[in-house]
Design a protein around this ligand. Structure first.
Ligand code: SAJ
Length: 422
C-alpha cells in the first residue's frame, strides 16, 4: 500500500497532483527547484493560477499531509512532473527530466515506483530506467528470484488535464499507464486506482508515450484545419464562424474554432516530438504546426494594415493568455502578437488581461499600458479581440460601434453590426 509520495515539479500538473494526493490522506513531499514556489506553497499559498487550486493547496498544507522542499525525500512512489520543452530546431529537451531523475536517485529504495507524468518523446521512460540503474547498481528491474528483492518499478502515466479544469479532470479523466515491464504497469495501476475515478488503461511505456503525443497532435491538426479555413474565408469574404457553425450541423462533422494561433506548453510543442522522431512520415502533423504558427503573423498584418491608415492609432488588445479564462502566458500567440505590435511602434496599445496584475517584462514600453476593458475600448480606434475570456462577455457592444474591430476568435459574430476583421 502506498503511503508516501514524492512529487518532483510543482507546476500546473505537479502542484494539483501533490495537493490532491495529500487531501486523499497520503503523505506527500513536494519538490521544486524554484525557492520562491516552495516558500509560497509552504505557507499554503499558490504561485500559479488554476481555479480552486489555492483552496486545495491551503487545506493540504494546513493538514500537514503536504510538505514541500527544494530537495526530494524517501517515498514509496516518485512522480516526475517537470517541463519537457523543445530546444532550437524543435528537438525535445530532456534536461529537466534528467535533472529530476538524478535528484531522486539517492533516495530510491527497492520496491519504489517511479512514474513519469511529463509529456515525453518516445523512449523516455526506458531512458529514465537506464539512468537510474546506471547510478544505482544495487537496484534492478528484474523478476528473477535472486534479483526481485532489489527491484524497482518504472512507468509512464501521461497527464491529460485541461488548464482551467485541472482539479476535476485529475480525478475523472481516464488514464493510460504503460510500464517498462508488466509488473511496473501493475504497480502503477494500483497506485492510480487510489485516486482516479476514470478508467485506467494499461499498455507499455512506448505506446503510452505515443498515445499522449497523438492526442495533442490530433488537436493541433484539427485546429490547423479551422485556421486554414479562416484564411480561405477571409480571402473569399465569408464569415468563417458562421460557416463552421453551419457545417457542424452535419452529423459527422465537428470542426474546431479558428483563433490567433495555437499556444500553451503542450499543443504547440508536443507534435514536434513526433515530427522529430519520424520526420519523413509525420508530414501532416508537421504541416499543421506550420499552419498554426503562421496565424499570429497574419493577425499582425491585419492590424498593421488598418493602423497604418490612421494618424496616431490607439489599439486595444483584449486578452494576453494562451486561451480563455486562465492566466497562463506560455507560448501565447496573443502575447506574441502584442510584443510584435509594440516593436512595430504602430501607436499606443492598451492591453486588457483580467487574470494578471502586471504586464510581463517583455511588454515594458511607454506605449503599452494594462487597463480595464471599458477604458481600453473607449480610448481606442482599433479593438483586437485576442482571447475569448468570459470576463469580456459583458462588453457593451454599443462601445464598439465606431471602432475597427478585429475579432480573432469569433467572439462578436452574434453582433452583425460589428465588422469582423479576420
Ligand atoms: N485553440 C483554438 N481553437 C480551438 C481549440 C483550441 O485555437 O478550437 C487554441 C487555444 O486557444 C490554445 C491552444 O489551442 O491557444 C491549446 O488549447 P487547448 O484548449 O486545445 O489545449 P491545452 O493546451 O490547454 O491542453 C491540451 C489538452 N489536450 C487535448 O485536448 C488533446 C489537455 O487535455 C492536455 O492535458 C494538455 O494539452 C497537455 O498538458 O498536454
Amino acid at each position: 500500500m502506498v503511503e508516501k509520495v514524492c512529487v518532483v515539479g510543482l507546476g500546473y500538473i505537479g502542484l494539483p497532483t501533490a495537493s490532491l494526493l495529500a487531501i486523499k490522506g497520503l503523505h506527500v513531499h513536494g519538490v521544486d527547484v524554484n525557492q520562491h514556489a516552495v516558500d509560497r506553497i509552504s505557507q499554503g499559498e499558490v504561485h500559479i493560477y488554476e481555479p480552486d487550486l489555492d483552496i486545495m493547496v491551503k487545506a493540504a498544507v494546513q493538514s500537514g499531509q503536504l510538505q514541500v522542499s527544494t530537495k526530494p525525500a524517501e517515498a514509496d512512489v516518485f512522480i516526475l512532473a517537470v517541463p519537457t520543452p523543445f530546444q532550437d530546431h524543435q528537438k525535445p529537451d530532456l534536461s529537466y527530466v534528467e535533472q529530476a531523475v538524478q535528484s531522486i536517485v539517492p533516495y530510491l529504495r527497492p520496491g519504489n515506483i517511479v512514474i513519469l507524468e511529463s509529456t515525453s518523446p518516445i523512449g523516455t521512460t526506458e531512458k529514465i530506467t537506464e539512468w537510474i540503474l546506471e547510478a544505482r547498481t544495487d537496484l534492478n528491474i528484474s523478476e528473477a528470484m535472486h534479483a526481485i528483492q532489489q527491484r524497482i518499478y518504472v512507468a509512464h502515466c501521461p497527464e491529460r488535464v485541461m488548464p482551467g479544469q485541472i482539479l476535476r479532470e485529475l480525478v475523472e479523466n481516464d488514464r493510460i499507464i504503460g510500464g517498462v515491464d508488466g509488473p511496473s504497469t501493475n504497480r502503477a495501476v494500483l497506485f492510480y486506482r487510489q485516486f482516479v475515478s476514470g478508467k485506467i488503461l494499461e499498455t507499455n511505456a512506448r505506446t503510452a508515450e505515443m498515445a499522449k503525443l497523438t492526442e495533442n497532435s490530433f488537436r493541433d491538426v484539427n485546429i490547423a484545419f479551422a485556421n486554414e479555413l479562416s484564411l480561405i474565408c477571409d480571402q473569399l469574404d465569408i464569415n468563417v464562424w458562421e460557416m463552421i457553425r453551419l457545417a457542424n450541423h452535419h452529423p459527422r462533422v465537428n470542426i474546431l474554432q479558428p483563433g490567433p494561433g495555437v499556444g500553451g506548453h503542450c499543443i504547440a510543442v508536443d507534435p514536434w516530438f513526433l515530427v522529430d522522431a519520424a520526420p519523413e512520415q509525420a508530414r501532416l502533423i508537421h504541416t499543421a504546426r506550420i499552419v498554426n504558427d503562421y496565424k499570429p503573423g497574419y493577425v499582425i498584418e491585419k492590424i498593421a494594415e488598418r493602423a497604418k491608415r490612421l494618424k496616431s492609432p490607439v489599439i486595444a488588445c483584449l486578452g494576453l493568455s494562451f486561451k480563455a479564462n486562465i492566466d497562463d502566458l506560455r507560448e501565447s500567440p496573443s502575447l506574441a502578437i502584442v510584443q510584435h505590435l509594440s516593436r512595430m511602434e504602430l501607436g499606443t496599445i492598451h492591453v486588457v488581461e483580467p487574470h494578471i496584475q502586471a504586464l510581463p517584462a517583455s511588454l515594458s514600453s511607454e506605449h503599452i499600458r494594462l487597463t480595464g476593458t471599458e477604458e481600453a475600448i473607449r480610448k481606442s480606434d482599433i479593438v483586437v479581440l485576442l482571447v475569448n475570456h468570459e470576463a469580456f462577455q459583458g462588453i457593451d457592444r454599443d462601445l464598439l460601434q465606431e471602432k475597427i474591430v478585429i475579432d480573432t476568435r469569433g467572439f462578436f459574430t452574434d453582433q452583425s453590426r460589428i465588422k469582423v476583421g479576420v
